[in-house]
Design a protein around this ligand. Sequence first.
Ligand code: WT7
Length: 635
Amino acid sequence: MSNYHIKNLEEYFQVYRKSIRNPEGFWEEVAEEHFMWHKKWDRVLDWDFTKPEVKWFEGAKLNITENCIDRHLRIRGDKTAILFEPNDPKEEAQHISYAQLSERVNKFANVLKAQGVKKGDRVCIYLPMIPELAVSVLACARIGAIHSVVFAGFSSTALATRINDCDCKMVITSDGSYRGAKTIDLKGIVDEALEQCEGVETVLIAKRIHSDIEMKSGRDQWLEPLLDEASADCEPEIMDAEDPLFILYTSGSTGKPKGMVHTTAGYMVYTAYTFKNVFQYREEDVYWCTADIGWITGHSYIVYGPLANGATTVMFEGVPSYPDFGRFWEIVEKHKINQFYTAPTAIRALAKQGTELIENHDLSSLKVLGSVGEPINEEAWHWYNDNIGHKNSPIVDTWWQTETGGIMITPIPYVTPTKPTYATLPFPGIQPALMDENGKEIKGNQADGRLCIKFPWPSMARTIWGNHQRYKDTYFSAFENMYFTGDGALRDEVGYYRITGRVDDVIIVSGHNLGTAPIEDAVNEHPAVAESAIVGFPHDVKGNALYGYVILKNFGETRNQDNLRKEINQMITEQIGPIAKLDKIQFTQGLPKTRSGKIMRRILRKIASKDTSNLGDTSTLLNPEVVQDIIDNAL
Ligand code: WT7
């Protein structure tokens, strides 16, 4: 029990030092004491960052759903596991107990089996935030199938790419979804995607909006009647520690998304242990993370981490603005939320609404406030601290990534003194390093560099599905023997970390990780477009917004430019989804390029940010004359 729940700063430093001095011993102790194993490991860790290869708890046998469900049944069978808050506040919330969750997951798992899904098969889940989403994720894990959840805001093209990349044989979706006042035809999007996916044999459809949909015979099946007939007993598949648990796609510096592969034992141990400490979760607490399960935050801190701790985890179907901007605070009051975890973009959007919609709600249940997904600016931090936390709920600014599986740098609430905009200190077991441009580690405090991690941790992604070379090139080649995060960071005089933002071609818009390359590919699909370059620029709500520089095949294009802009954004919506739309589109005759033909994005970023005072040396450009032209016509 000793190390599982860190209670004060002195203990944090003790635990941290121990975790660095003897990582194997440290993680072994956590794994021994808090989980259910069919067989314990032969070896705690085996690693080589040059291959790269990382194995945790090799030889161990387990099933993660026994840890997230079965073992709680005896002691907290009637406790609410999942608290579902629907989109419409007039629809009743659902309290799904651990016993009920067990029954639903087992039934679902039996349906999957009856449909021919076997251990190792890939199942794509394209569902809104309804209980079936969490249940289907766990049902896959129960039988050893690898789930690949695709966020239900992605377009049919993006869905098809992800289904095909990992050869899913089944898709689980719903007849539609609610999003504020809108309904979305999810099944229609799936039908469109599947025109390009030959490997999908079965589509299971949950009923949510009761819309009349077309059923393709031999392929599509309503979920409900199958569940009704299924047995509520399903023996868990016994998995090896390093068997894949899921694939989750994230964007990168080429058009193709990267299917990050997470494995079973290490992921379970790390997400459970971080959940307990980062949120200081206690048995009676009600915890709410506002993310979607379509992102890693939802996988690790709505589903697996909380359930592994026997927690009550809230799933919210709706949006912060429906029926009005007071919805979050209404939910906090209604369910007496103790830990609330959201993104800076939501905080900034809510802060714009003033405080009236907060004042009529009782937020006194809150004990911990979390932030994730992008750097939280000072203003948003203070607004959150003052108006939501009333200065007595610590903010945990948690830095991590899809690739890291769990929270890496974060304060521990009531333990680590917080500092606005700082993610503060590494979690036990995490060894950050700041690197300079020459690949040398910058030691000591008051440093600024590229953020790397020097030593493996249990929940790191093991590979990119079907492309281990890309995994190596992306994360292990920039710096020798280090995992490179793609972020820049600084370390202050006491050793606190502040993440300053991406140093690669990824732009974070409203907390969504977007690669410039896939967006450029989408823009270039427009028949009138010759070439494009996408950069980010600061935006007061979204953090960053997207600015596109577009070269038309025919610069004198007679079409109305605003129509062309709409068409380009339509193209992006179709290829990726509305989250990647461009805020500004500037038509230009050229793009600044180096002599080797690389676009100088640094210059374009500065122009988009209206910061043209110091563009640096442009004389080495192939075409320095375009720079002034772009400045003159900037939007
Ligand atoms: C990137 C990862 C991890 C869950 C959601 C995003 C940025 C994430 C923070 C933070 C500053 C942050 C980084 C990171 N990021 N959290 N607390 N402070 N930046 O997962 O989509 O894989 O994106 O989000 O740039 O690399 P993701």
